[in-house]
Design a protein around this ligand. Structure first.
Ligand code: SF4
Ligand code: SF4
Ligand code: SF4
Length: 395
């Protein structure tokens, strides 16, 4: 079977027509649970009743009949709020999944962070069944809510939202829909504009859900990557919840792929531009520029606590944070983990001073990668040049 012909899509009924992405994912989770391939899957729940879009938590569940559509769609459009991220849930909440098998949906940058954690024996990657999202990027939740309010949408009445590379669509409880273009008021997070890895680097199946703004015909396509991914999709087809993609969906996928290539190319250029601008500065000027970016830092530590590749239980920097200078704090942190930064943007999102840390950290990781050949998060084999394994191998 050609790779193209292996694409499947979900069979939609009137009941689930409004939620094609969730329907597809639940079809896979159901098969995985029935076959005993996983013990549970990750799902999004309200932290407290009536918490709405701000208060979201991630839990391991086995109940395929229940899914909070609003929170699920919020994850697809605006990621997870505050310190929460899929890698943190796997690492901390689920203790690395060493004793349980979990199915999950994850974005490329989240998978990259899971890969980095796995290389440091912090999680059992083999116990994860990953549905990897082809990622259109995401926006900040506060920008989304502000833009929605400007269009007369009451945030408490939002029941669903969707994202494509150029717009966000919102549906209210009364059934009214509003489409918000990405612009100066609500733009992609800065890390997403420089992200040139929009396809999952490692996963069991890929999920492509780029064409689904409310009233249009959605094209939700999944493709097996591993043998267990293939077996899961084939079982769902046998059950009738998934069907083979038709010719028009496959031809649309061709267009989506060329859009992805062009977004990735633009993002690479954006990143190269950022790094070239920095490289143009003479040594002392460059130092002043970076110092200027970091000057507002109040040493609150949130960037460290939010970072999915920072895993030390006993972080020396958090312990000493009150007594060290903010520049030293970041210089030390760059030495500790700078080469593993996956550009997820959780540090930017959590910094109360709005410092664009990912620009510094990921910029360094990319420049180091040019010297060492190490690309964080892209494969499970390559080791960082500062890992004990590599240092010892060099005698
Ligand atoms: S950094 Fe890349 S993978 Fe992560 S959310 Fe943004 S576009 Fe998606
Ligand atoms: S430093 Fe920032 S962008 Fe890099 S992995 Fe950590 S949180 Fe993500
Ligand atoms: S989150 Fe911002 S203010 Fe807090 S320590 Fe990090 S850079 Fe400094």
């Amino acid at each position: 079977m050609s790779e193209e012909r292996s694409y499947a899509t979900c069979r939609l009924s009137e009941e689930n027509r409004d939620h094609p992405v969730e329907t597809t994912i639940l079809a896979l989770y159901k098969v995985l649970l029935e076959k005993g391939d996983v013990d549970a899957f990750l799902t999004f729940t309200e932290k407290k009743q009536g918490g709405g879009m701000q208060a979201i938590s991630v839990e391991a569940s086995t109940d395929v009949s229940r899914l909070d559509h609003l929170l699920f769609s919020q994850y697809l459009v605006a990621g997870l709020p505050r310190l929460l991220s899929i890698p943190k849930v796997i690492h901390s909440q689920l203790r690395g999944c060493f004793d349980k098998k979990i199915a999950l949906l994850a974005r490329p940058c989240e998978i990259e962070a899971l890969v980095e954690l796995s290389k440091r024996n912090q999680i059992a990657f083999e116990n994860l069944f990953i549905i990897g999202l082809e990622c259109p990027g995401c926006v900040s939740l506060s920008d989304l809510l502000t833009a929605a309010k400007k269009q007369g949408v009451d945030p408490s009445k939002i029941e669903y939202c969707e994202m494509t590379p150029s717009e966000v669509a919102i549906r209210e409880t009364a059934g009214k829909s509003v489409v918000l273009k990405l612009d100066q008021n609500m733009k992609l997070r800065e890390c997403c504009t420089r992200c040139s890895y929009r396809e999952p680097p490692i996963c069991d199946v890929t999920l492509s859900a780029w064409r689904r703004v409310l009233s249009r015909n959605p094209t939700i396509l999944i493709r097996p990557v591993t043998e267990r991914g293939k077996s899961c999709i084939e079982s769902a087809k046998t059950q009738g919840s998934l069907i083979a993609a038709n010719d028009s969906e496959l031809s649309e996928k061709g267009q989506i792929d060329s859009t992805i290539r062009s977004i990735e190319k633009n993002a690479s250029e954006e990143l190269a531009k950022e790094n070239e601008e920095l490289a143009k500065l003479e040594g002392n000027q460059r130092f002043k520029h970076l110092k200027g970016m970091l000057d507002p830092c109040t040493k609150c530590g949130l960037c460290i606590r939010a970072c999915p590749v920072c895993w030390c239980k006993d972080c020396i920097l958090l312990k000493k944070i009150k007594t060290i200078d903010s520049l030293l704090l970041h210089a030390t942190r760059l030495v500790h983990m700078g080469d593993t930064c996956v550009n997820c943007g959780k540090c930017d999102e959590n910094c109360p001073k709005g410092i664009q840390l990912s620009k510094i950290y990921y910029g360094l990781a990319v420049e180091l990668g040019k010297l060492t050949g190490y690309k964080p998060g892209l494969d499970l084999v390559q080791s960082s040049q500062r890992s004990g394994k590599v240092i010892l191998s060099k005698g």
